[in-house]
Structure formats: C-alpha cells, structure tokens
Design a protein around this ligand. Structure first.
Ligand SMILES: [Zn+2]
Length: 425
C-alpha cells in the first residue's frame, strides 16, 4: 500500500482543513438549547454532496430535547464503493457546550494563530469532524473505485446524552451491523491514543423522610436532614472505603478513575432556597424531606444489580438500626460500561496507522465518563467501535479552547490509512 501518496494528498489539503474547521466553529451550535443544528447539517450536506456522498438529513422527531423551536437535526453521508466490502463510519457530534467565562478570543471567531485554531468546539469536536472529512475526501480522490462504503455522520446532543443524536439514529438502524462494520468517533483523545470505551453510570435520587414541626420545638417533629446525615456518615464509614478497594483492569485515564467512584451531585433539605434578592428571614421549621442525587461510576468488572444493592443494603441497615428512618430511592439514569477488544479490527487498524504516521506505539485508554459509544454498543449492537481523534482532552469545555492544525493533519493521516486497511484497496 502506498502510504506516502495518501499522506501527501492530505497534507496538500491543509488550507482546506483550516477553512473547514473555521466554518464549523463559526456556526454556534450551542447545547443547550440546541441551536443552529439545521444550519450545520445543511453546510456539511452541501460539502459532502460535492465530494460524491449521498446525504440524508434526519430530524430526531419526538426524541428528548426535540421541539419545533429547537429541532434535533442529524446528518448521515455515505460514499458507496463500486463493489461489496465493509463500511467504515466516522461519527462526530456537532453540538458544543456553553461558552462560559474567561475567553480572550471570540469563541465563535475561529481565529488561526500560528498552528492553533481557537473557538468553542474547536477541540470537542469540530476539529475531529473536519479531520475525518479531509481524510475521507483525500482517500476518495486517490481510490475512486474503492470497495465497501465510507460514512460520515454529524449528530446532535452528545453533550446532553445523545438521545436526539446517535441514540435516535441507532434506533432507526443506522448502526446495525449489516450496514456499518467499523466506527471511529473522532473525540479529542490525543492523536496517539485509542479510546476503547468507558465506565458505567448509575444516577439515583435518595430521599429521607421526616415530620414538619416548629423549629423551636424540634422534638415534636422528625428531621429528614438528620436522617440524611446518617446516610452520609454511613457512606463515609462504609461505602467510600469499599469503592476505593474496587480496581479495574480497564486502562481508564486519569489514574484516579481506575476504581469505582461516587459523587454526591446535590443535596437539598427543608425550606427551598430563596432568590438572592429576597431579604426576609427563613421560617423556623423542621425539615420533613431531604434529597440527594448520587452519581456512581462503575467498572466492567462490576454488575449493576450489585452496585445498586450496595446502596440499598446500606439504607436497609439504617432502617433496621435507626429509629423512624424512612427512605425512598429512585433510579434516574444508567449506562452499562463498554470496552472494545484490543484485537478488534478497528483497534488493530488504527494502532498500525498510528505507528506509521507518528512512529509511536498507540496507547489504549478508557474514558472515565461516557460518550456516544454507549448507544452504538447497546442499541446498534456494534462492538467494533473506538474514539480516536485530534485535540487535547483537557481543553474540552475550557475557555480559549483550541485545536492544533498539525494534530488534525496527523490524525487525518491515521484515519486515511485506516480506510486503506479496512476497505482493502
Ligand atoms: Zn465531545
């Protein structure tokens, strides 16, 4: 195979890659609320049609987040080869998170300074989307009669769970194994790292119950906050130490996430907090309700039922030992952990391409949090999926987010060689 011709072709498209990345950044696809989704899909549709793709714009009608004011638009583009073969799919989310404070550049200006392009979404992940498009276009120019197919999708709402994006497309069959065989999600994991999957998630709300009474005579009531403090004390004494003993063989980064973790996302009890312009005093009451939301991240080695039983077992023990302790627990959200095998074709092809382009061994990692691979795995039943793309993970969602042009060129080279390998040209 002629690596050199393809890498030269990609390098020759540097100006096009820069302009494409800037154009994408200049469409402010903020989520929430989910704006300009149709505009960015239409922009990509026009470009990819020119490059010979068949394009479909798909609205996730009725999905979580979809409304007539903020419709959830997605784009799927497919370049059909001239004979049978596998399909390689590049999936990028087109939404970006809020701007936040601390910017010294226009967050939607796409300024090029030296090797860096600045803007919200530059790194997460419009740079990765642009790199995958350049890789595919360069490949098609050199191998117009390739076998199989190449797909590029730009999908909504990854930052808010992906239900109006990849989950919807997976439900419609777009990731069925008979349609797509290999998936790369160009999230910013650094150009020499392959992300195999992610840990699992369980969110739940725990409520303790009490009885309201006058605050001057708390003995006539029963404080739900004191009951919750017993829950928190039990977590400190028993649950957190237990989680610290649970280590994973998954190569999760950073190191602190190589074990089970639990975050108490919020706590609220008693009288509602007033607006900041309220100048009155609170009223004296015993809190009759207290709620926390827990965010438990679990490992491939753990079973979700056991993860839940640790918490409910702890609450049941309190119920049998603490007078008048009553609680409710409500499941809010769950994601099963996933990890693609290191000998899966998409992994071995990408690792070999990283070796050739960057002359370094690929590092395998697993993400502490989830991303759209969860839907491709669970709904699409497709296991041959990784995240691989340019950009420094730590810059995601930060002020002055940027993407390096050379990093995009290099990772486009890797993606192009993956096409050569998996489409067997
Ligand atoms: Zn992302």
């Amino acid at each position: 195979m002629n690596d050199h011709a393809l890498l030269t072709e990609i390098n020759a498209r540097r100006d096009d890659l820069i302009a494409l990345t800037q154009d994408l950044i200049r469409i402010p696809t903020l989520n929430p609320p989910g704006q300009k989704y149709r505009e960015i899909c239409a922009y990509l549709a026009e470009r990819l049609e020119r490059s010979g793709f068949n394009v479909e714009m798909i609205r996730a009608k009725g999905a979580v987040g979809d409304s007539d004011k903020y419709p959830r638009w997605n784009l799927v583009a497919r370049h059909e080869g001239t004979r049978a073969g596998d399909c390689v799919h590049f999936n990028s989310h087109h939404d970006v998170v809020e701007v936040g404070h601390g910017w010294t550049r226009d967050p939607f200006g796409g300024a090029l300074e030296g090797d860096k392009i600045y803007g919200r979404g530059a790194c997460d992940m419009k740079g990765g989307l642009a790199a995958s498009i350049i890789a595919a276009e360069a490949f098609i120019t050199l191998y117009p009669d390739h076998p199989g197919a190449i797909e590029i999708s730009a999908t909504a709402d990854e930052e808010s769970g992906g239900f109006g994006g990849v989950a919807y497309l997976a439900q419609q069959g777009y990731f069925d194994p008979d349609r797509v065989q290999h998936v790369i999600i160009p999230e910013p994991l650094n150009k020499d790292r392959i992300c195999l999957g992610h840990r699992g998630v369980w969110w739940a709300e725990i409520e303790t119950k009490g009885r309201i009474a006058h605050g001057s005579m708390p003995f006539l009531g029963d404080s739900a906050i004191r009951h919750m403090s017993a829950v928190l004390a039990e977590m400190e004494a028993y649950l957190f130490p237990l989680l610290a003993t649970k280590h994973t063989d998954m190569p999760v980064v950073p190191d602190g996430a190589k074990q089970s973790t639990l975050n108490i996302n919020s706590i609220h009890g008693g009288e509602a907090e007033q607006d900041t312009d309220y100048t009155g005093l609170p009223v004296p009451c015993v809190a009759d309700r207290c709620r926390i939301i827990i965010d438990r991240r679990f490992l491939l080695e753990e079973d979700l039922a056991e993860v839940k039983a640790e918490v409910t077992g702890m609450l049941e023990r309190l119920k049998s030992t603490r007078p008048n302790f009553e609680y409710d627990i409500r499941d809010m959200h769950e994601v099963i952990p996933t990890m693609t095998a290191e000998d899966a074709p998409i992994v071995t092809a990408t690792a070999a391409a990283i070796q050739r382009v960057l002359n370094t061994r690929a590092e395998y990692v697993v993400s502490p949090g989830t991303y759209d691979q969860k839907h491709i795995d669970r709904i699409g039943r497709l296991k041959n999926c990784i995240a691989y793309g340019p950009g420094i993970l730590d810059l995601a969602h930060q002020p002055d987010e940027w993407i390096g042009v050379q990093d995009m060129i290099d990772s486009a080279g890797v993606m192009g060689l993956v096409l050569v390998d998996l489409l067997k040209v």
